[in-house]
Design a protein around this ligand. Structure first.
Ligand code: NAP
Length: 292
């Protein structure tokens, strides 16, 4: 199967590399030339537009930032839709709005192009190692076609319902992460202020009920007050916007997510939008009289 990639950022670059390593013929495009340059060593062919990726591929993966960006690479000038033939399949692995996803799928269907939404969890580490969790919305027959490609990127592939459902599940994931990051940040700052040996207590807590991926993988950054990527604060705030919109549509109260979204807005205002999301600890540190 010929696989296309549109978006070679932190996630897309690593995911395209794994698909190429699995033996698929890969054609890729990125808006800013020169990103993920190492892909050429894996035999990935670079295209000059998303439309060219669409023409050269049976299955096209999109991994860009936000809802308007997916719309631009699919339907903009020289977008995927202007090059993809009937019978091809678009698999959007960005994190975007569930309702916009349904709209994009309907527009693609008018020209015989199928669509799955397949957002991921597992961070930049999971993208590099090929161990992502993938939440898939769409028709089962389309997932059957995409599964060998998805299996090159992730280890847990779950069909969660019709088109748009993958994005709704991802919103749930991001809501849970909001609480987890804030909770770990508060715990680590309390440990610092109480004069505890933070590395020792992280090891001790990791054997108990407070264990989490965030505690294991991000508490060190909160202790050092240094937040290399990772997952950008600005992208998590974008994801909480999607979750809060879904909450409004469904009559759900999300007080922790709303608080986290505002803390992240403050971080972005101070120029920390490109920090890793663990930088929410900056806000808790500052409130507690530590350098933020
Ligand atoms: P990133 O490193 O900032 O990369 C974003 C990519 O999107 C770049 O290739 C960028 O191109 C492209 N892009 C953005 N707007 C575009 C537009 N209007 N037209 C064309 N290309 C555009 O972000 P990332 O971390 O890879 O995240 C990508 C998606 O995965 C996001 O939806 C994010 O929420 C999701 N995600 C990320 C993580 C993570 O840990 N990083 C985890 C799970 C899910 P340029 O190079 O030209 O800027």
């Amino acid at each position: 199967m010929r696989v296309g990639f549109v978006g070679l950022g932190t996630m897309g670059g690593a995911m395209a590399a794994n698909v190429a390593r699995a033996g698929f013929e890969v054609t890729a495009w990125n808006r800013t030339p020169g990103r993920a340059a190492a892909l050429a060593d894996l035999g990935v062919r670079l295209a000059s537009s998303p439309a060219e990726v669409g023409t050269a591929s049976d299955l096209i993966v999109t991994v860009v930032s936000d809802t308007p960006d997916v719309e631009a690479v699919l339907f903009g000038a020289a977008g995927v839709a202007s090059g993809a033939g009937s019978g091809t399949l678009v698999v959007d692995m960005s994190t975007i709005s569930p309702s916009a996803t349904r709209d994009f799928a309907a527009r693609l269907a008018t020209q015989g192009v199928g669509m799955l939404d397949a957002p991921v969890s597992g961070g930049s580490e999971g993208a590099k190692k090929g161990t992502l969790s993938i939440f898939v919305g769409g028709e089962a027959a389309n997932l059957d076609r995409a599964r060998p490609v998805l299996a090159a990127m992730g280890t847990t592939i779950t069909h969660v319902g019709p088109i748009g459902s993958g994005q709704a599940v991802k919103a749930v994931n991001q809501v849970i992460l909001a609480g987890t990051y804030l909770g770990v940040a508060e715990g680590i700052v309390l440990a610092i202020k109480a004069g505890l040996d933070v590395e020792q207590i992280v090891a001790a807590l990791s054997g108990g009920a407070a264990q989490s991926w965030v505690l294991t993988n991000r508490s060190g950054r909160m202790l050092e007050n240094d937040y290399p990527l990772g997952f950008k604060v600005a992208l998590h705030r974008k994801d909480l916007g999607i979750a809060l919109e879904l909450a409004r549509e469904t009559g759900t109260a999300l007080p922790i997510s709303a608080l986290c979204e505002q803390i992240e807005a403050g971080l972005i205002g101070k120029g920390h939008g490109d920090d890793d999301m663990s930088a929410v600890a900056r806000a808790i540190r500052e409130l507690s009289g530590l350098p933020g």
